[in-house]
Design a protein around this ligand. Structure first.
Ligand SMILES: [Fe+2]
Length: 289
């Protein structure tokens, strides 16, 4: 297998995240052996990229099914938009950015905060929060970042974050579990889908320990009646982690498909200039079967 490190900025030591895999491979024609290579790399490195792709949304969906199985998030949601190129549209594939042109209204601000996409899992009955939830993001048009910077997505290695805590702190966190709420729910309630997961997580494939922080809507068990305290706990824990663990930026190039496995990493999008440039990215989430 050929693996190459991608652009790394702001890290003091090389991150294991962000390895380029399957150079020269057209994912629309991926072989069984390449499927295995891709998955092994993803479990090992947490974030991998395949570059120079040229797929339609339907081809991306077919590739995802062939590689990870049929548990595609949001597959039932099919909102066709006649103003957008039909090659960009397929059930289960979400279009991010401003595909209809310049706009000063960006609907993606929520994704600029640190989170794990696994927070969609409480909506899925029967699916455990430790499931391998893979998200792929395909950069079709890459926008300008803010202040002339390149457009990036930022990742945090939660296994490294756990390892960077001292033994005492690791022990302190071990017994704590969080309630996870589906996005859009900031309060608990009988009708709110909600699941529990420990803060210290054991990875399903590698058996490695890591943190599992989800998003700022997570509530430690015992703080259900004090949501302000719960939020403060979460924010302080995230700050502590970010002080100890450098983050990794993926700098986007047209044709990149970046894969991340939400059991191991948190991420956040970064702002871009939506008036001067166009962003078109296709996003697909799938639970590996
Ligand atoms: Fe996300």
């Amino acid at each position: 297998m050929i693996e190459q490190k991608l652009n790394i900025s702001n890290v003091q030591k090389p991150s294991r995240l962000g390895v380029e895999v399957l150079p020269g491979c057209n994912l629309a024609q991926i072989t069984a052996q390449q499927v295995q290579e891709l998955k092994q790399s993803l479990w090992k490195y947490g974030v991998v990229a395949v570059r120079e792709q040229n797929l339609t949304a339907s081809q991306l969906l077919e590739f995802a099914k062939k590689t990870f199985g049929n548990s595609i998030a949001g597959i039932g949601y099919d909102a066709y938009d006649p103003e957008i190129d039909s090659d960009l549209q397929s059930p289960g594939v979400f279009i991010l950015g401003n595909p209809k042109g310049a706009t000063d209204e960006i609907g993606e601000r929520g994704s600029w905060e640190w989170h794990q996409d696994k927070d969609c899992l409480p909506r899925t009955p029967g699916l455990d929060m430790n499931a391998l939830y893979v998200v792929m993001l395909y950069g079709i048009e890459i926008p300008q970042g803010i202040d002339g910077q390149p457009h990036t997505t930022e990742f945090l290695d939660l296994i490294e974050a756990y390892n960077n805590l001292d033994g005492e702190r690791q022990k302190q966190l071990e017994p704590i579990s969080l309630y996870h709420l589906a996005p859009g729910h900031s309060k608990m309630g009988k009708d709110v889908p909600m699941k529990i997961h420990p803060v210290v997580s054991t990875h399903k494939v590698t058996g490695k320990k890591g943190l599992y922080l989800a998003s700022s809507s997570a509530i430690p068990i015992g703080m259900e009646n004090c949501l302000e305290k719960a939020k403060e706990f979460w924010i302080e824990l995230l700050k502590e982690v970010l002080r100890n663990t450098p983050t990794y930026y993926h700098t986007w190039k047209k044709g990149d498909i970046v894969f991340w496995e939400n059991s191991q990493v948190m991420h956040r999008g970064t702002a871009y200039d939506a008036i001067k440039s166009t962003r078109i990215a296709l996003r697909l989430g799938v639970v590996d079967s």
